[in-house]
Ligand binder design. Structure first.
Ligand code: APR
Length: 239
């Protein structure tokens, strides 16, 4: 019954936002973060890997860890959930905006346009310190991490680390979309990391949580669908 109710809300919605987290990519084989057994943070401490301090302490270790994640993500494919979202966007141009916490590029790989990558993209890197003319004038010296031959500036993963600000333009676009939407699908997130999770509390639209287990955003939901992204999103989004 509740899937049909949500399908009705989707049909009536002029503007939809899909806020996704690591669970969106779980059925593509990408580990989530906080699963007690398989989560990345069950094996590694975020403060040892996902902070600027960690990178400055041990650039090689952090660079290589993200290179391992980059290689892993390059081998996986969008799942039926990503594909259902992209197909919906293709059939209904401009009606659904994806704002994702994921850095795996799978929404983009599925063909979703205009993805708001709140936490960046693990496939990209950037200068650790503000780039100087010397950094821009030449290709980085290969290494773990690559660096500027002249000033030694290091390349770092282009992802948002704990304690860092989200890209202001991306966050502003996501906040605007959340404020204006009629319906927000919150898919595969524990809802513990802000400001991303705050989007589900700032929306004026109805909120539907899609998650096989309880999340911190269940209390913000009008409806909670207990199931997985790759199972439920095709049911919800097919015309
Ligand atoms: N379908 C839908 N949801 C799923 C699935 C699935 N197949 N498998 C797991 N989940 C749910 C889990 O129940 C959990 O609630 O996905 C959620 C994943 O939660 P987290 O591992 O905490 O990931 P996320 O919410 O994206 O973390 C947010 O924290 O570490 C930082 O920057 C990192 O972007 C990440 C942020």
């Amino acid at each position: 019954m509740t899937v049909d109710v949500v399908r009705g809300w989707l049909r009536a919605a002029d503007r939809v936002v899909l806020l996704s987290g690591a669970g969106m990519s779980a059925e593509s084989g990408v580990p989530t973060f906080r699963d007690a057994q398989t989560g990345l943070w069950a094996k590694f401490r975020p403060e040892d890997l996902a902070t600027e301090d960690a990178f400055r302490r041990d650039p090689r270790m952090v660079w290589d860890w993200y290179a391992m994640r980059r290689e892993m993500v390059a081998k996986v494919s969008p799942n039926a959930g990503h594909l259902a979202v992209a197909a919906f966007q293709q059939r209904h141009p401009g009606r659904l905006t994806v704002a994702t916490q994921n850095v795996d590029g799978l929404h983009q790989g599925a063909g979703s346009p205009g993805v708001l990558a709140l936490h960046g993209n693990v496939a990209e890197d950037k200068w650790l310190d503000a780039s100087r003319p010397c950094c821009l004038a030449q290709t980085p010296v290969p290494g773990h991490p690559p660096s500027c031959a002249t000033c030694g500036n290091l390349r770092r993963p282009a992802v948002v680390w704990f304690g860092e600000m989200l890209p202001a333009d991306v966050l502003a676009a996501a906040e605007e979309a959340a404020a204006a939407c009629d319906l927000m699908l919150v898919v595969g997130t524990s809802g513990v990391v802000y400001p991303a999770a705050g989007l589900a509390r700032a929306t004026r639209g109805r909120v539907v949580v899609v998650n096989p287990v309880a999340s911190e955003l269940d209390d913000a939901a009008d409806v909670v669908l207990r199931g997985t992204a790759a199972t439920l999103l095709p049911q919800l989004l097919e015309d």
